[in-house]
Design a protein around this ligand. Structure first.
Ligand SMILES: C[S@@+](CC[C@H](N)C(=O)[O-])C[C@H]1O[C@@H](n2cnc3c(N)ncnc32)[C@H](O)[C@@H]1O
Length: 222
């Protein structure tokens, strides 16, 4: 019986282990169900890294954002959004659109802080951002600055996006954050801008790093 739990994994009750068969993790069905519900909640909230208020305010100040392409009612940066809780079933899945240019009036921009996991889903969001820019609407995104990933190189660098690396780590909001507190991300973040009418073919040479005159923001142009 070595290695078998003596205490429930969900509460302080002790567990009586059976002498044969699978070891028990929980003292009761109620605890097992509570633990399962918590796991489901965590899974659901994995995509809920809400843009911190100071980034939100700056983006709304700097860009004419008219559509939030990945949101829910309480997290959307602007009233027009795509997201699973949208009252119009046709607006619940951003990935059902080839691009989002037709949903944002000319001259405005689309905001994108997509679900970060799984990477395949993130890539799908980013490929739509690239196509949206090709279709004439700027997309402004908040992304993990994950320079070691395939998606970063394909959809950010090779797509010719403008990058602003954010200093430090952001404290995100959302249902996974404690009441009234943010959750500090274990990654650095970047604002990525796919400018309207960018073309993949622009990326013919090596990337160039530029530091703007204030010395605060670093951009990479290709
Ligand atoms: C990282 S959060 C960003 C929320 C908000 N836009 C912000 O910037 O704070 C990603 C959001 O995408 C939403 N989402 C997940 N799958 C989606 C889909 N297929 N289409 C549109 N939105 C989706 C989630 O509900 C979640 O609110």
């Amino acid at each position: 019986m070595t290695g078998r739990r003596k205490v429930c994994a969900a509460c302080p009750e002790s567990i009586e282990q059976p002498s044969t068969g699978r070891p028990r993790l929980y003292c009761s069905d109620a605890c097992r169900q509570r633990a399962q519900a918590a796991r489901n909640r965590r899974r659901r909230f994995r995509s809920e890294w809400w843009t911190p208020p100071q980034v939100r305010a700056r983006m709304l100040d700097e860009w004419p954002i008219s559509l939030d392409a990945a949101a829910c009612a309480p997290s959307a940066l602007v009233p027009t959004y795509l997201g699973p809780d949208h009252p119009d079933p046709g607006r619940r899945d951003a990935l059902a659109f080839a691009h989002w240019a037709d949903l944002a009036p000319g001259g405005t921009a689309v905001w994108l802080n997509p679900p970060y996991t799984p990477a395949a889903t993130l890539s799908q969001f980013l490929s739509r951002a690239v196509v949206t820019a090709h279709a004439g609407r700027t997309v402004v995104g908040l992304l993990p600055a994950s320079t070691g990933t395939a998606w970063w190189w394909e959809h950010v660098i090779d797509a010719g996006a403008q990058i602003e690396f954010l200093r430090g780590r952001l404290s995100f909001g959302g249902p996974h954050a404690g009441a009234g507190r943010g959750t500090t991300a274990p990654w650095g973040s970047a604002i990525v801008v796919w400018k309207a009418s960018h073309r993949r073919s622009h990326n013919t040479g090596r990337p160039r790093a530029l530091i703007d005159p204030s010395g605060q923001r670093r951009y990479l142009h290709v």
